[in-house]
Design a protein around this ligand. Structure first.
Ligand code: NAG
Ligand code: NAG
Ligand code: NAG
Ligand code: NAG
Ligand code: NAG
Ligand code: NAG
Length: 717
């Protein structure tokens, strides 16, 4: 479901891929194979080099074509076929594979209607709410299998009223409307997609008293620039619509915190609505064309500059009215069986330690970018691992390949599986490596928990830049204008349960730039081939990078975790918060003290590892692998110490105290989410009592960091 990364530069694509590169790679692979077949025993790093040399853009292209022949939304027969394709590909790669089903609440549209009158006395015009088949669309014959545009878990009902324009629908945007004296209560909110999770936009509209919400992607964000769009350009056609979930919780709504296995306890949908996790007002996603038409019917104050559309757009006003919208939505919420596909390559020395790789396979439509570019790369990783196995490789630790279902409904498949296996994962999972969509264009993006930062960088040094054969991925990555590595506090993909519920070190990667056709009917193979990754080299690079990170985590005697880097990152984040709250009645001393302890513990264990490593050639040490294992366990469990059994205040499922989503925008990653929640309360009532709560949250985080130091030190007080 990953959102469009906004403000990605619009430089032109340069696909440099020469025959020479392929030739060189082939020669390298031959030399390696020769080396492997001649040497009696070899180091795992030889296998890792072989893994990289097996890179094939054709493999990913083949899988993507097969995976995107039909729309395959969760719960559909087509998606069951997608799961079978993945199952069969993995089992023909000689990897033991099984299906793990869950019974979860899914949501489908039954009836939608939307009409507009330019003022209360004018006749209403109905919108037809359909995405148009484009000229030359090779998937036209299955276009009717695309679900009618809707919001999953939207409230069923009818609402009618004058329209208010609310920009991106953030809390601040609604505050701006309040300040401008624009009445939202009882009105229909029109907001645009871009920065805020759609479930939070609808929630904000509901809290402001709106009767309904309609969401569209403005031409400013989804293009149609120069009057050209897909299939001529990468931009969204005017009738294109971004569908998606408006559920704000994680996992199956009826089983919050436990697995949705047959016969389990379930709560009613009304209870979910009451808790604020599902909307109590109806909503619909609409096209840019329909959004634009509605905007032309608005009077009232002019919208500010940053609320306006792009070049050539008419000036927007805030309303309310005189344009009146009448909206009806009826959905079907129903318990359906979903299927995760899980494959396991058992470790030789430490089978009870897991390195997990995950991607989801369900899609809102064809899913060429989201998520099946990731699925194609995921299957390529599996097939390269098969080749390593044929050459005699066995991982030291167990590698688990996870293909999730129903991610689009809001992380259902991964969350249910993590809840199902929570305690086993707590005690045995080394790391989780996520790849939602792998490619929407040029430009590498990485997210991780900070002990994995250096591993990511080292791996990127070994992978070739898919867009420039004369440099490494690392070189193009550091040259980009984006923060090098971002954090995993957001709720945008399947890493959420691993990081935020259990505390497992994690990574998420992708190649991305403008992805205007996100969650629309136009996210198909043609778009990928024309604009996303014409030669499929980015797919192959994504597979290389994620696979190499997995191999190093699975094979190295000492886990490549760096907690000095984690402590530094915590220091940086604390500094940011401190500057933000300068002069306020709170102290950060406890946090600083705990981070200092963590820094010491991190340096100590790094030194300890160095000593053990430098002795590793000694036969005596070789027999004493339990020392390495003990040290690794401390590093593996340190991340768990950042979680709190009771979780965040009012958000008990979110256990991680360092990284979690903003309470007002699931897309936004917050460092110290509990402290952030408390600061949000201060904004409502600036009382000493509210500041005391902020201080309590600071203490709570400090104690968790102290626990992490204890785990890292491996000593009792
Ligand atoms: C929807 O309206 C557009 C024109 O506004 C038209 O081209 C299209 O065929 C209509 N679709 C349906 C299903 O009626
Ligand atoms: C717009 O069109 C002009 C001329 O056709 C072209 O040079 C330019 O690159 C286009 N811009 C975009 C953003 O597509
Ligand atoms: C809104 O539309 C529905 C049918 O789609 C109709 O029954 C209802 O009367 C309309 N409401 C208003 C206020 O026009
Ligand atoms: C709701 O969906 C279920 C499962 O697809 C189906 O059996 C049922 O008939 C649907 N109900 C309605 C009212 O469409
Ligand atoms: C490719 O990389 C090299 C070395 O970093 C650089 O000099 C060159 O400008 C790059 N070419 C393109 C087309 O980006
Ligand atoms: C793979 O890359 C080569 C050039 O490096 C290209 O000729 C070939 O068409 C690509 N394969 C696919 C399926 O795009």
């Amino acid at each position: 479901m990953y959102r469009v990364t906004k403000a990605i530069p619009t430089s032109t694509d340069g696909d440099i891929s020469t025959c020479f590169v392929r030739f060189a790679a082939a020669v390298a692979a031959c030399l390696l194979l020769l080396h492997l077949s001649m040497s009696p025993s070899f180091d795992y790093s030889t296998y890792h080099d072989l893994f990289l040399s097996l890179s094939s853009n054709d493999t990913a292209a083949h899988h993507l074509r097969e995976l995107t022949r039909r729309p395959h939304v969760a719960g559909s027969e087509a998606n069951a076929a997608t799961a079978s394709y993945i199952f069969n590909t993995l089992s023909s790669a000689s990897i033991p594979v099984h299906i793990v089903p869950y019974d979860v609440l899914l949501s489908y549209p039954i009836h939608r209607s939307l009409s507009l009158s330019s003022d209360p006395s004018s006749p209403a015009v109905s919108f037809n709410l359909s995405q148009e088949i484009y000229p030359g669309d090779p998937f036209a014959d299955v276009a009717m299998e695309v679900l009618p545009t809707f919001h999953a878990y939207a409230h069923s009902g009818t609402a009618s009223g004058p329209v208010v324009y609310a920009n991106y629908g953030s809390e601040e945007d609604f505050a701006t409307l309040r300040a401008a004296g624009v009445e939202v209560a009882g009105k229909v909110v029109l907001a645009r997609y871009g920065f805020v999770y759609r479930g939070d936009i609808v929630r904000n509209a509901q809290l402001a008293g709106a009767a309904a919400a309609v969401l569209y992607c403005d031409a400013r964000d989804c293009g149609g620039r120069n009057g050209s769009w897909f299939p001529e350009a990468r931009w969204m056609p005017p009738s294109g619509v971004q569908v998606g979930s408006v559920y704000r919780g994680a996992g199956d709504p009826t089983t919050p915190g436990w697995a949705s296995v047959g016969g389990c306890e379930r709560i009613g949908a009304e209870e979910v609505v009451e808790s604020g996790l599902m909307p109590a007002i109806p909503s619909l996603p609409i096209s840019a064309k329909d959004g634009k038409l509605i905007l032309t019917t608005l009077g009232g104050p002019w919208a500010a500059e940053d609320w306006q559309g792009g070049e050539g757009a008419p000036l927007y006003r805030l309303g309310p009215g005189p344009g009146v919208v009448n909206l009806t939505y009826m959905g079907n919420e129903t318990i359906m069986t979903i299927k995760n596909v899980i494959a396991v390559i058992e470790g030789k020395e430490e089978p009870d330690r897991y390195v997990l790789i995950g991607n989801h396979h369900d899609a809102w439509t064809f899913g060429a970018v989201d998520p099946n570019s990731g699925t194609a790369a995921f299957l390529e990783v599996a097939q390269r691992l098969e080749k390593l196995q044929k050459m005699g490789w066995r991982p030291r630790r167990t590698i688990v390949l996870c293909s999730w279902d129903a991610e689009e409904y809001h992380l259902l498949g991964s969350t249910e599986w993590v809840e199902d296996n929570r305690e086993v994962l707590r005690s045995r999972a080394v790391a989780y490596l996520n790849m939602d969509y792998a490619v929407s264009g040029r430009g590498f993006h990485a997210y991780s928990t900070p002990q994995l930062d250096n591993l990511l960088k080292e791996a990127a040094h070994k992978v070739q830049d898919p867009d420039n054969s004369t440099q490494t991925l690392y070189e193009s990555w550091v040259a980009s204008e984006f923060p090098l590595i971002r954090r995993l506090g957001g709720g945008g993909s399947d890493f959420a349960a691993f990081v935020q519920h259990v505390g497992i070190p994690s990574v998420d990667i992708r190649f991305a730039r403008d992805y205007p056709v996100y969650h629309s009917m136009y996210d198909d193979f043609v778009w990928m081939q024309k604009f996303g990754d014409p030669l499929f080299h980015r797919h192959a690079a994504a597979a290389s990078l994620l696979g190499l990170v997995a191999l190093r985590l699975a094979d190295e005697v000492f886990l490549p975790f760096d907690y000095v880097s984690y402590a530094l990152e915590l220091q940086r984040s604390t500094g940011v918060l401190e500057r933000q709250l300068r002069g306020k009645p709170v102290t950060f001393t406890p946090l600083h003290k705990s981070i200092e302890e963590l820094t010491k513990a991190a340096s100590k264990i790094a030194y300890h590892r160095k000593v053990l490593q430098s002795n590793s050639w000694l036969p005596k040490w070789r027999k004493d692998e339990s020392k390495a294992r003990e040290l690794n366990d401390r590093m593996m469990m340190t991340e768990r110490a950042f979680t709190h059994a009771e979780g965040l205040l009012e958000r008990p499922w979110f256990k991680h105290l360092i990284y979690g989503p903003s309470q007002h925008n699931v897309y936004l990653s917050k460092t110290f989410p509990g402290i952030d929640d408390a600061i949000q309360r201060v904004k409502v009532s600036n009382s000493l009592e509210a500041w005391r709560l902020v201080q309590k949250e600071i203490w709570k985080v400090a104690r968790a960091i102290t626990q992490a130091s204890h785990v890292l030190n491996g000593e009792l007080s």
